[in-house]
Design a protein around this ligand. Structure first.
Ligand code: NAD
Length: 366
């Protein structure tokens, strides 16, 4: 029995999570998985209830769970609360508290949706990239950081981009391991011509590959060039390995190359425990979409796909994970679409109905 903590969060979070829970319940009933779930609050709803975006108690539940499934946090209601208690601070705190340092963001295009991108169909059809982003270090966590007012009244603020060898090696290992079961190609991104910490990044990744992964083809690219290459010819990439901030920016770019924000899952992984479970936090790439919250318009598929990633990467249940992906593919093949991925001649449905369609497709597969 695996224990999963569900944190719906804000905006559309509770709607997309309700549909994902249907999938978990169905697969439990069929005895395909054996997962016990519990629920708690994160983000704005936690600020409303407890005055902070992540309570000690919820963090403890997350640490005790085998994996966490999260919806999304944030919204205009909490835009003016202090920086340290913003909904997004809850996200950083849970990632840090769970020790999940490897963020995996696949940018894949289902053939049925290859015309959803703003790029030409031939540039994106069949796209399958995995972005591996370092999540617990670099400039988002580096010290010193601060802001001060100078004697002349001017303000000065600073952050620190810091990486040490062990942080780079463990994320490099994640990227190389994933590449070994994909196309055996890693492209590591840096800005080593300007930033010395990313020169260390580049050198450490190269040494680690030479020592442990000689089979993997490693290339390096400056991050500015990579941003161009991602829209020029994204299919040249297999696994992209990069730092926290570069990965944050480029994975959004890759997401939009696919054109379907509502379809993209993500995983954040930590160390493997003594039972072979990789502690993980799984969440859709999109945010809380306050503009459509409560309107039965949200696409729940990114969250359902995040759950599929949980089965694959945390619980080593690839076959069970594939059943979910196949069910989603069949739903898309049958022409069912939520509004965000709607195409001419297809059938538009709401959040709930999309969840029901996935269950129907699952019933046909198991
Ligand atoms: P967003 O991803 O919430 O929404 C961007 C656009 O995509 C909106 O038009 C929205 O309606 C649409 N969209 C997003 N998810 C969708 C889905 N599943 N189905 C259909 N349409 C979908 O980004 P935003 O508007 O920049 O941010 C809204 C809030 O979410 C902000 O408070 C932001 O800080 C927060 N946010 C949270 C996360 C997270 O929890 N990981 C990530 C990004 C943004």
């Amino acid at each position: 029995m695996k224990k999963v903590l569900i944190l719906g969060g804000d905006g559309i979070g509770s709607e997309i999570m309700r549909e994902t829970k249907k999938v978990i319940d169905f697969l439990n009933q069929q005895k395909i998985i054996n997962i016990e779930t519990e629920e708690s609050l994160i983000g704005g709803v936690s600020i409303d209830a407890h005055g902070k975006p992540l309570t000690e108690e919820t963090l403890k539940m997350a640490k005790n769970a085998d994996a966490v499934l999260l919806g999304a946090v944030g919204g205009p209601k909490w835009d003016n609360v202090g920086q340290d208690i913003r909904p997004e601070a809850g996200l950083l705190a849970i990632r840090k508290g769970m020790g999940v340092y490897a963020n995996l963001r696949p940018a894949t295009v289902f053939p049925e949706l290859s015309d959803a991108s703003t790029l030409k169909e031939e540039v994106v059809s069949g796209l399958d990239i995995m972005i591996v982003r370092e999540l617990l270090g670099g400039i988002y966590f580096g010290e010193p950081r601060g802001i001060e007012t100078l004697p002349n009244g001017e303000k000065k603020a600073w952050n620190t981009l810091v990486y040490s060898t062990h942080e780079i090696e463990r994320i490099a290992k994640s990227a190389f391991d994933i590449a070994m079961v994909r196309g055996k190609k890693v492209c590591s991104l840096d800005k080593s011509n300007v930033l010395i910490s990313t020169k260390l990044w580049k050198d450490t990744v190269t040494e680690y590959r030479n020592k442990y992964y000689p089979e993997v083809e490693l290339s390096h690219m400056y991050v500015d060039n990579a941003s161009m290459q991602l829209v020029r010819n994204p299919k040249q990439f297999d696994v992209i390995l990069t730092t926290n901030m570069f990965g944050d920016i480029l994975s959004d770019c890759a997401a939009m190359v696919t054109g379907s924000l509502g379809m993209l899952p993500s995983a954040s992984l930590g160390e493997k425990d003594e039972n072979g479970v990789v502690k993980g936090l799984f969440e859709p790439v999109h945010g809380s979409a306050p503009d459509i919250a409560g309107k039965d318009l949200a696409n729940p598929l990114a969250t359902i796909l995040s759950f599929a990633m949980m089965l694959k990467y945390s619980f080593n249940q690839s076959k069970e994970s594939d059943i979910i992906v196949d069910a989603i593919r069949n739903v898309l093949k049958s022409g069912i679409r939520t509004k965000d991925i709607m195409q001419k001649g297809k059938i538009e449905v709401g959040t709930k109905a999309m969840g029901d369609e996935v269950i129907l497709a699952l019933q046909n597969l198991v």
